[in-house]
Design a protein around this ligand. Structure first.
Ligand code: THU
Length: 128
């Protein structure tokens, strides 16, 4: 059976092909693995207003949540325009709403690096 990390990266890479990024020319793909084993993909979708642009990671998370999956057990992010494209702070915060200290796989033109969510965002905002 194919390694789950590899599978997630491949799904993120496939999603990256659908990127709508005419303004930045920086395509990104993401894939989240839900607690129950489904994979949801996302890509970045830009807008002429710039501010309405949505990152690939949040598209993937919001797709999962809107289909009823509120717990995420891993995420892969794929971009070829950088050595490693790390998720932005807003995406990390959104992920922290639906995940604990999960694996975050970053695939770029320099290879694949593996982190955990809390390595990238040690102190997520939480009112508790
Ligand atoms: N982008 C993502 O998709 N994920 C991130 O975590 C950071 C940035 C996108 C947004 C925009 O379309 C492009 O990358 C350049 O900033």
């Amino acid at each position: 059976m194919k390694d789950m990390a590899q599978e997630l990266i491949e799904v993120a890479a496939e999603a990256c092909k659908h990127s709508y990024s005419p303004y930045s020319d920086f395509p990104v793909g993401a894939a989240v693995l839900t607690e129950s084993g489904e994979i949801y993909a996302g890509t970045n979708i830009e807008n002429a207003s710039y501010g309405a642009t949505m990152c690939a990671e949040r598209v993937a998370v919001y797709k999962a949540v809107s289909e009823g999956h509120r717990r995420i057990q891993a995420i892969a992010v794929y971009a070829t325009a950088a050595d490693y494209a790390f998720p932005c702070g807003m995406c990390l915060q959104v992920l922290s709403e639906f995940a604990g200290d999960i694996p975050v796989l970053i695939a770029g033109k320099a290879g694949v690096k593996r982190y955990t969510l809390y390595q990238l965002l040690p102190h997520p905002f939480d009112k508790k």
